[in-house]
Design a protein around this ligand. Structure first.
Ligand code: HEC
Length: 171
């Protein structure tokens, strides 16, 4: 076997490897929003709790809230979690004044009991979404309800409540 043949073979194998790696990356996409910096310092705009999955969800709640509780009450082994909404003060022009959002991280939903943040970022005034552990591990492919499409479906499906992809009302 000539050395040229071996090198060609190796190149083909490497090529195949690159293609396989790329296609599996496309399958398990992960977050679209980047991990924000300094989010722990952003002011808390509102707080709440996702109840545990053994509690009935009141039908008096707004349907977006009922849907959110149903979708996320699996977290923390079904025990639910407290959460904080934090908005990046550098996004106040968009958030408080209804202006344009900058192309930076916008807000997080901090799930305090499990150390995960759901992240909204704006790009060209449009929201993109992601999920990370508080130490920066991408969770966007870890569960279907953490995938960016799931976030987009709800946040854009309730467009009257979630203005430009941000659901928490301004106070
Ligand atoms: C079924 C509906 C639903 C889904 C799915 C959902 N959210 Fe939300 N999200 C809400 C609601 C409702 C609030 C407001 C909570 C509050 O104000 O207490 C919210 C709040 C937020 C906030 C705080 C800023 C804001 O928009 O009010 C962020 C950030 C956020 N969500 C990101 C995400 C990300 C990222 C995902 C996907 C991993 C996601 N959300 C999935 C309903 C949803």
């Amino acid at each position: 076997m000539s050395i040229v043949f071996k090198i060609t073979n190796l190149a083909l194998m490497l090529g195949a490897f690159v293609i396989i790696t790329l296609s599996s990356a496309a399958y398990a996409e992960g977050s679209n929003a980047t991990m924000p910096e300094g989010w722990e310092e952003w002011p808390i705009i509102s707080s709440g709790a996702i109840p545990s999955n053994d509690k009935p969800i009141s039908e008096d709640l707004p349907s977006i809230v009922q849907e959110t509780f149903k979708m996320y009450n699996w977290v923390n082994e079904g025990h639910g979690t407290a959460y904080n909404v934090r908005v990046n003060p550098a996004q106040d022009a968009g958030y408080k004044n209804g202006g344009e959002y900058e192309d930076i991280s916008t807000a997080v939903l901090e799930l305090t009991d499990i150390g995960v943040i759901l992240v909204t970022e704006h790009l060209m005034d449009e929201p993109v979404y992601g999920a990370y552990t508080i130490d920066g591990k991408d969770m966007g492919a870890a569960h279907p309800s953490l995938a960016p499409e799931a976030c987009l479906n709800c946040h854009s499906g309730y467009a009257e409540i979630c203005v430009k992809g941000v659901c928490t009302s301004k106070k």
